[in-house]
Design a protein. Structure first.
Length: 694
C-alpha cells in the first residue's frame, strides 16, 4: 500500500496511529455467532482496517443487530468519531442517518439534501445560515413535516410571513421556535405563528417591529407556551403582556428586558402561578409598586433579574424576601444602593444559589454581614463594586463554603489575602474572575493551585503575576478558559507550565502580554490540542513560526493577532491549511499581510463569520476574496488605503450574509445615499467610525 496515500487519508479524516486503546466494546451477533472483542476508541472510523477484518464490503457488519449498532453509536459523543463511523460502510451510514434527530447546518444551500438523507430530524438549527428565505422554509416543511419539533432561525433575515405560514401548516408539531434577531418580522408573522397550537418555546429577542397586536395573536393561538423571550421588543407594552398573561397560563419563563413594561404589566404577570423565571433587565418603568405586585409569585419564582431598574429600591425588594420564598437566583446589578437592611432581609432567602451585585453601591457594613443564611450559595458576583475588601470576602467565603463561581472583576482593593481565603474555604471552586485586581501576585496563586484543583475558568487579566504564579496555577489541570491579558511579567516559561499540564484548555487570552513569544505558542499548540480560541493581540514578539504551530489546532474557531507586525502572509497560508473550522479572525494592524494571505484564508477557511482587516495593506483583490465567502457576516474595514471605492462597493454587495460592516465616517459622504440604502435594505448595518489613521 502506498504509504503517502495512507498518510494522506489519515490527515484527511483526523486518524491517529494510536487509535487502538484500552476501551473495549462487546459486539453481540444474533443467530449464534457468539461474541467478539474489539479494542476501540476511534476504531469506528478506520474504514480500511475494518474492511480487512470483515473481508467484504459490509462483511460481518451486515449481520449485526441494528439495536446493538445504535447502542454503540450513542456512546460516540465526539463529532469526528461520529463522522468516522459513517465512513465504515453503507450499513453504518444508514444506521447513523436513521438515528439522527438533531442537525445544525452552516450552509443554506444544503438544507434539502441533508433533510432528504436524515428523514427523522426533530431539531433543526439554521442560526448560522443568514440567507434562509421563504422557499427554504417551505422545503423544510415538506421534508420534515410532522416530525419537526424545534427550529432555530436566529439572524435569518430573508424570509417573510409567507414562508412562516407555509412552514407552520406543514409542521404543526413545532414546540420550539427561535426567531431572535430576525429584524424583518412583524405582526403578520405572529399571525402565522399563532397557528402552532403545540408551541411551548418562542424567542423573539430583538424583533423590534412586533407590537401588542402581534402578541395578541400569539396569546390566542399558543396557549401552551412555557417560555417567551421578548427582550428588546420595543413595541411591546402592558397591553400585549396582559393578553399573554391572561391566555398562556402555563408560562414558566418570561423575559421582558428592555421593554416598556410597568406595574400594570407586572400585575397581570402575577396571575401566572407556574412562573419560575422573570427577567426585567433595564425596564425603566419597573418600580417598587411593580415588585409589590409580584408577591403573589413568592411560592413559584426561582429567578428574578431587575438589573438596571433605576426606580427599584430596597423597599420594593424587601417585599419579595421571605422565609418561604424559593428564590434561587437574584440579579440586582447597577440598580440601587444596597443597604444593610436589604442585605439582612435577603438573608431569609434560604434557597438562594446565585446573587449578582455588579456595579452596585454597597453602604454600611455591607458584604461583611452577609452569608449566614445562604448555605446553598453557588455563585457570588460583585464585579465593579467599589470598596470591596479582603476582610469582606473572607467573611462571605467562610459562611458560604459551597461557592463555585466568584467574580471580583475590578475590585481593585483586593490582595492575595482574598485569594488565600477563597482557596481555604471554596474547595469546589470552578470559576474565579479577578480582572484588574492589580494587587494580586504569585503568592495568592500558590494556595489556589494546591486547594482549588477543580478550577475551569480563571481570569487574571491585568494582575501582577509572573511565571512562578503560572507554575502554581498549572496544578489546576482541568482549566478550560485562561485569561492573562496585560500580564506584562509572564514569559514563555510560564506558558509552558500551563501547556504541560492543562491539556483540556479551550481558550487562552494573552492580549498585550508582550513577553510571550513563539516558544510559548508552540508549547500551547502541542500541549493543548483542543484549543478553540487564542488571543495574541499586541504580542509583538510572535512570528510566522507561531502561526505554523497554531495551524496544528484543528478545532480552532477564533484567532486574534492584532498588531503583530512580524506576521506575514506565509504564516496565514499555514493557518489556511490547518484551521479549516476558523470562524473569527482579527488581523488589524498586521502591516506585513497582503492579498496572498486573504486569498489563502478564503480558500482554506470557508466558514469564516467575522474578519477585522483594518489598517492592513490589502487591495480590492484581497477584500473581494473575503467578502465573497458564503458565511461572512461581520467585517471591519477601517483605513484600507489599498482598497478603491469601487472595490469597497463591490465587496458590500458580494455577500448576502453580511450583517454588520464598520467603515470610516469620512466615507459616508463619498458613498452615494442609494448605495448605503441598498446595502442596509439587505439587512446589513453600516457602522460609521471616527478612528485615527495611525
Amino acid at each position: 500500500m502506498d504509504k503517502r496515500g495512507a498518510q494522506g487519508r489519515e490527515e484527511r479524516f483526523g486518524v491517529k496511529k494510536d487509535w487502538l486503546r484500552d476501551t473495549t466494546v462487546l459486539w453481540s451477533f444474533a443467530g449464534g455467532f457468539g461474541q467478539m472483542m474489539f479494542g476501540f476508541s476511534r476504531v469506528m472510523g478506520r474504514k480500511r482496517v475494518l474492511q480487512e477484518l470483515s473481508g467484504a464490503r459490509d462483511g460481518l457488519f451486515s449481520l449485526l443487530d441494528e439495536n446493538l449498532m445504535l447502542s454503540i453509536l450513542d456512546k460516540l459523543q465526539d463529532y469526528e468519531d461520529r463522522q468516522a463511523w459513517c465512513l465504515v460502510c453503507k450499513r453504518f451510514l444508514a444506521v447513523e442517518a436513521s438515528s439522527r434527530k438533531s442537525v445544525r447546518l452552516l450552509r443554506v444551500e444544503v438544507v434539502e439534501n441533508v433533510l432528504r438523507r436524515y428523514r427523522y430530524v426533530e431539531e433543526l438549527d439554521l442560526s448560522r445560515c443568514a440567507q434562509v428565505d421563504d422557499e427554504t422554509l417551505e422545503s423544510i416543511g415538506n421534508l420534515t413535516g410532522n416530525n419537526l419539533r424545534s427550529l432555530n432561525l436566529t439572524h435569518s433575515g430573508k424570509f417573510s410571513e409567507n414562508g412562516l405560514l407555509s412552514l407552520v401548516k406543514l409542521c404543526p408539531s413545532l414546540q420550539l421556535l427561535d426567531l431572535s434577531y430576525c429584524s424583518q418580522i412583524g405582526d403578520l408573522c405572529m399571525v402565522a405563528i399563532a397557528q402552532l397550537a403545540k408551541l411551548e418555546t418562542l424567542s423573539l429577542f430583538n424583533c423590534r417591529n412586533i407590537t401588542d397586536a402581534g402578541l395578541g395573536c400569539i396569546a390566542a393561538g399558543c396557549k401552551n407556551l412555557r417560555y417567551l423571550n421578548l427582550r428588546w421588543c420595543l413595541g411591546v407594552s402592558d397591553t400585549g403582556i396582559s393578553l399573554i398573561s391572561n391566555n398562556c397560563k402555563q408560562l414558566e419563563t418570561v423575559d421582558l428586558s428592555f421593554t416598556e413594561v410597568t406595574a400594570q404589566g407586572l400585575a397581570s404577570i402575577a396571575v401566572l402561578q407556574n412562573l419560575k423565571n422573570l427577567f426585567l433587565d433595564s425596564c425603566s418603568g419597573v418600580d417598587d409598586a411593580g415588585l409589590a405586585c409580584l408577591q403573589k409569585l413568592q411560592k413559584s419564582l426561582l429567578v428574578l433579574d431587575v438589573a438596571r431598574c433605576q426606580d427599584v429600591t430596597d423597599k420594593g425588594l424587601m417585599t419579595l424576601a421571605s422565609d418561604r420564598a424559593p428564590l434561587q437566583k437574584l440579579c440586582l446589578s447597577y440598580c440601587l444602593p444596597i443597604t444593610d437592611g436589604l442585605l439582612a432581609r435577603l438573608e431569609k432567602l434560604k434557597s438562594l444559589q446565585v446573587i449578582r451585585l455588579d456595579g452596585c453601591v454597597i453602604a454600611g457594613v455591607g458584604l461583611a454581614s452577609i452569608g449566614k443564611g445562604w448555605k446553598a450559595l453557588r455563585e457570588f458576583s460583585v464585579s465593579k463594586v467599589r470598596g470591596v475588601t479582603d476582610g469582606q470576602i473572607r467573611s462571605v467565603v467562610e459562611r458560604c463554603r459551597n461557592l463555585q463561581d466568584l467574580d471580583f472583576t475590578c475590585c481593585r482593593e483586593l490582595t492575595d489575602l482574598a485569594i488565600t481565603s477563597v482557596a481555604a474555604c471554596c474547595k469546589n471552586l470552578r470559576s474565579l474572575k479577578m480582572e484588574s485586581c492589580s494587587l494580586v501576585t504569585d503568592k495568592g496563586l500558590a494556595l489556589l493551585g494546591s486547594n482549588c484543583t477543580a478550577l475551569e475558568v480563571v481570569d487574571f487579566t491585568d494582575c501582577n503575576i509572573t511565571d512562578e504564579g503560572l507554575k502554581h496555577l498549572a496544578a489546576c489541570t482541568g482549566l478550560r478558559t485562561l485569561k492573562l491579558g496585560y500580564c506584562l511579567n509572564i514569559t514563555d516559561k510560564g506558558i509552558k507550565y500551563i501547556a504541560s499540564r492543562c491539556n483540556n484548555l479551550r481558550e487562552i487570552d494573552l492580549y498585550r502580554s508582550v513577553e510571550v513569544g513563539d516558544s510559548a505558542v508552540s508549547s500551547l499548540a502541542y500541549g493543548c490540542p483542543r484549543l478553540r480560541s487564542i488571543n495574541l493581540s499586541y504580542c509583538t514578539k510572535i512570528t510566522d513560526a507561531s502561526l505554523h504551530s497554531i495551524s496544528k489546532l484543528r478545532d480552532l474557531t477564533q484567532l486574534e493577532v492584532r498588531a503583530c507586525s512580524l506576521l506575514t502572509s506565509a504564516g496565514f497560508v499555514s493557518i489556511a491549511g490547518g484551521c479549516r473550522k476558523l470562524l473569527e479572525l482579527d488581523i488589524k494592524r498586521c502591516t506585513s499581510v497582503d492579498d496572498n494571505a486573504l486569498l489563502a484564508i478564503a480558500y482554506g477557511c470557508p466558514n469564516l463569520r467575522e474578519v477585522n482587516l483594518s489598517y492592513c495593506r490589502i487591495t480590492d483583490i484581497g477584500l473581494m476574496a473575503i467578502a465573497r465567502l458564503s458565511f461572512i457576516q461581520n467585517l471591519k474595514l477601517l483605513h484600507l488605503k489599498g482598497v478603491s471605492l469601487d472595490g469597497l462597493v463591490e465587496a458590500l454587495f458580494s455577500s448576502g450574509a453580511l450583517r454588520k460592516v464598520k467603515l470610516l465616517s469620512s466615507l459616508r459622504m463619498v458613498l452615494s445615499g442609494l448605495t448605503t440604502q441598498a446595502v442596509e435594505s439587505r439587512g446589513c448595518r453600516l457602522r460609521w467610525m471616527d478612528k485615527p489613521e495611525s
